[in-house]
Design a protein around this ligand. Sequence first.
Ligand code: GLU
Length: 485
Amino acid sequence: MQDKVRVRIAPSPSGNLHIGTARTALFNYLYAKKTGGTFVLRIEDTDALRTEQAYVDNIFDSLKALGLNWDEGPDVGGEYGPYTQSKRFDIYPKYAQMLVDKGYAYECWCTNEELEHEKEEAVKNHKAYVYSRKCLNITPEQKEQYIKEGRKPSIRFKVEHKELVFNDMVKGELKFDTSLIGDFVIMKSNGAPTYNFAVVIDDMLMKITHIIRGEDHISNTPKQILIYEALGAKVPEFGHLGMILAPDRSKLSKRHGATAVSDFVKEGYLTDALINFVALLGWSPSDSHEIKTVDEIAQDFRINEISSSNSIFEYDKLNWMNGQYIKKMDISKLTDLIIPFLSDYDLSELSREKLEKMVEITREPLTTLKDIKDDVPYFFGQKVPYDEVKDLLGTELSRNVLTKFIELATSWDFCDEEKIHNDLADFRAYFKEKYSYKPKETMWAVRAALTGRTKGADMAGIIMILGKDRVISRAKDGLNLKIGA
Ligand code: GLU
């Protein structure tokens, strides 16, 4: 019988959650969803020097924000915890000892200097370095001597030389010559496990059935399979995802733009758009609709259809997709997300209702939430700067339009957007008929006076949000600019 699918994401908290790790998490999550399996989060913090609690928090928050909720993990627990490697340090030595007892591993007493020397020799002889196995068969006397010297042993795995073949879910059949690997350390002399050992013990004890991860781990996989075999454990299925490259085909890095999920969020990307976008880095939908929720993607997801090649992170496409999500998002939710980007303005000037209206009428051209900041200054404060529209306001047309506008708008109903819309239409029609002004010229004059700009959101909405006092006083400012000039 097929084991129940158990997959995991196992980030190392040495940085904020990388967008590549988010994609790996997503593909694991999708596979669990698709198969009715379990998605596990394990924090791999064996490298104490590079681990920070802030990064652990960031990983939790980012995965949650992306909707990648785990079934078992450090915070929610589960049958196979603890789910943080540093809390599992008492588990690893006994498995290492088991391997030593069975002859699959041995103590290595070499000092760093001795190992460095071996490496230098290999370089000198133009050979790839593999450990010399100097400690494989040491005598009890030698061991005694090392102990006396105060040396502490590491434990090395004794690599069996063979051709190792496995069928990768994404890459297909992969073959390795294990004689090139060299006996590798599984427990350091300070008692800490190495990544390759801890990961196998944890995946084995957590009953992980499928390991989906980046192809940067392919070279680790033969080592890990050898450990499974030595332990007599079932080897899980592996699937290695192609890398995510920058548009210039180099490794995606900060110089190309944001790379951590939380940085994308700070830049004004929506997590729904982000997760949709990263799904397309290696996976394609069976229909032509790229905009999909994670649930929709899960239904359509097949692991063996993941592309085995690298994917290019097209920031332009992400921008487009983000814009699509901004246009479709529930206004109240969008307003909540936009508020942090409006810290330059005194938001208490607008009621929640007006704020939402402002978001509704300004969202259309946005690619990121951050963009809104430059599009809305005229909704705040009493006056607007006229530097950009001085000439426009100085024309006879503008003077005519604004004089009439002040006269008529004074009696408009500023609470009824629909009515304002109709009043503006009548207003344009009046000038067209009487003075042959083009409707857009009439509106330019009004817009210039009320916003200090020639382009922007829908005028009826702007007028309603600004309210009567500010509309009339700015219209007068625009008119007076001409008189005073
Ligand atoms: N902690 C490893 C990493 O962040 C996990 C690798 C794996 O999935 O086995 O790269």
